[in-house]
Write a protein that binds this ligand. Structure first.
Ligand code: PEP
Length: 259
């Protein structure tokens, strides 16, 4: 059996300017240090806006902080006439270790397709960034009972043509769209059910060994008060946290969950 290091990740979305970002990362690091946080036991990463990354890099490198960080999106292209887009090359140079791909807000607001996400995963891999692929169903699909089928199709489409070797650093985040920013949390059974289904799909597409090595996170209104119950399931390896990652103490309390 594989030991997967749990990961608590904070998606800041379009919040925090570059000054606020430095203050938040600093406060988070202090709070975790005070709590005696063991980073080898639980990994911590944050996903600030692009404009914050240089400041976060300077702080993390200068103070030798063990918080990991990444971007919320990247271009599928490496350079050139793509006004407004950000290359994985740049993110790598800013010390990013991970990148969110296919967050439901990107899928909805920017109409990102599974095909584009496949291409973005390839771009992340070209530049040494661990892709955190976000998948999950909307309310209508959940109510129709098609949520597993829908989510597994998103997963398979995004990974099409990629090998287990290429995807060794893949992280999957299951985020039911109806639970994001709504205060509605999927139950621990729902989080476990989908995580197990995702793992079984990875085993079918690749191998059992690969499937057991990949971390699967749950996201959707995770708070300090519900994190322990959500992470009960043996296939739930951590959380992707939106709103509650903007407050250092609350986020540190989520990180300090006992599994
Ligand atoms: C998210 O957007 O990734 C998320 C999980 O948001 P929230 O925790 O605010 O529901």
């Amino acid at each position: 059996t594989f030991v997967r290091r749990p990961l608590i990740a904070g998606n800041w979305k379009m919040n925090m300017d570059h000054m606020q970002a430095i203050a938040l990362v600093q406060k988070l690091a202090w709070t975790l240090d005070d709590a005696g946080h063991d980073y080898d036991r639980v990994q911590v990463s944050v996903f600030p806006p692009f404009t914050d990354l240089r400041g976060v890099q300077t702080l993390v490198a200068g103070d030798k902080l063990r918080i990991d960080y990444g971007a919320q999106d990247l271009s599928d292209q490496d350079s050139g006439a793509y006004t407004g887009d950000i290359s994985g090359q740049f993110l790598n140079k800013l010390g990013c270790g991970q990148v969110l791909i296919g967050h439901s807000e990107r899928r909805e607001i920017h109409a990102e397709t599974d095909e584009l996400l496949n291409s973005k995963i390839r771009a992340a891999l070209r530049h040494g960034l661990a892709p955190m692929l976000c998948v999950g169903e909307g309310l209508e699909i959940r109510e129709s009972g098609q949520h597993i089928e829908h989510t597994l199709a998103q997963l398979a489409e995004a990974l099409k043509g990629l090998s287990a070797e290429e995807l060794s650093e893949l992280i999957v985040a299951y985020e039911p769209v109806w639970a994001i920013g709504t205060g509605k949390v999927a139950g621990p059974e729902d989080a476990q059910e989908m995580s197990a289904a995702i793992r079984a799909k990875l085993a079918e597409l690749y191998s059992q060994e690969f499937a057991e090595s990949i971390r699967i996170l749950y996201g959707g209104s995770v708070k300090a008060k519900n994190v322990a119950s959500i992470l009960q399931g043996p296939d739930v390896d951590g959380a992707l946290v939106g709103g509650a990652s903007l407050e250092a103490e609350e986020f540190a309390n989520i990180v300090s969950f006992e599994k």
